[in-house]
Ligand binder design. Structure first.
Ligand code: NAD
Length: 254
């Protein structure tokens, strides 16, 4: 394998791997030499998304299930005998404009965006730690959002869940640093994915968001995947507890 493969020989878990940012990161990590456990549901979607791709192991799992962390970690160990990188990326949004939301919506958003991040990380930590003992490093990367620092109308559950991801990431960075595990989080802006396609396919909405963004375009999944690769790579050895904004300048202005 060439020196240019930045994740050669590593095992990465990516959640939300069937679509959007997770799909792009799964492909990019595999191109960079990692074996990737691609977690999503339903199984047919994640299978179809990565059918025939070298080094990608599709794995059906609803990350909110109590049994999910143990099942995902066991599958990763079966695939490659250890875990170097955990990319907690799966997430759900809410319908814009829902100022008053039901318990069920609140609980689901937190179950996917926050609780599952904590629970899967907890399960993976002993394995990340033993890998870091052997190789000098291991990584947790969490996908938050620019809404981890801001908010917008109707985003009470989503923005709260992403603020919590930032707090969790920073605390885990403190707790795990002594073992050589870095923990960082991404703050994507307006990215064209499965989550946002319906809105951004409407011309007037897309134009508003393009105009708000310094680079005058929506982000694409690969833009965020590349930032995840940077944090996953050996080059990021001394970066931890950091929130990396990937928004093309969307949040520069008030
Ligand atoms: N698209 C944006 O503009 C944007 C902006 C900021 C942050 N984000 C965040 O980026 C992350 C990825 O989202 P995306 O935009 O690529 O959306 P997406 O809808 O294209 O992908 C999300 C994936 O997560 C999976 N998922 C959802 N719930 C799951 C569960 N219970 N178990 C397993 N998989 C589950 C979905 O099936 C889907 O494949 C999310 O955390 C999202 O909050 C997105």
């Amino acid at each position: 394998m060439s020196q240019q493969h930045r994740l050669a020989g590593k095992l990465a878990i990516v959640t939300g791997a069937a679509s959007g940012i997770g799909h792009a990161a799964t492909r990019l990590f595999a191109q960079e030499g990692a074996t990737v456990l691609a977690v999503d549901r339903p199984g047919a979607a994640v299978q179809a998304a990565h059918e025939g791709c070298e080094r990608i192991v599709p794995f059906e799992q609803d990350i909110t299930q109590d049994s999910a962390p143990a099942a995902i970690v066991a599958a990763a160990l079966r695939a490659a005998g250890g875990i170097d990188i955990l990319f907690n990326n799966a997430g759900v949004g809410t319908d814009p404009g829902d100022a008053i939301i039901e318990d069920e919506t609140w609980d689901h958003v937190f179950a996917v965006n926050t609780r599952a991040v904590f629970r899967l990380s907890r399960e993976a930590i002993p394995h990340l730690r033993s890998r870091a003992e052997q190789t000098g490093r291991a990584r947790i990367i969490n996908t938050a959002s620019v809404m981890a620092e801001r908010t917008d109308f109707g985003l009470s559950a989503y923005a709260s869940s992403k603020h919590a991801v930032a707090g969790l990431s920073k605390t885990m960075a403190l707790d795990l640093g002594r073992w050589g595990i870095t923990v960082n989080y991404l703050l994507p802006g307006a990215i064209y994915t499965g989550m946002t396609r319906q809105r951004f396919d409407q011309d007037p909405i897309r134009k508003v968001w393009e105009k708000k963004t310094a680079l005058r375009r929506l982000g694409q999944p690969i833009d965020v995947a590349r930032a995840a690769l940077l944090l996953a790579s050996d080059e990021a050895d001394f970066i931890t507890g950091h929130g990396l904004v990937v928004d093309g300048g969307l949040t520069l202005r008030i």
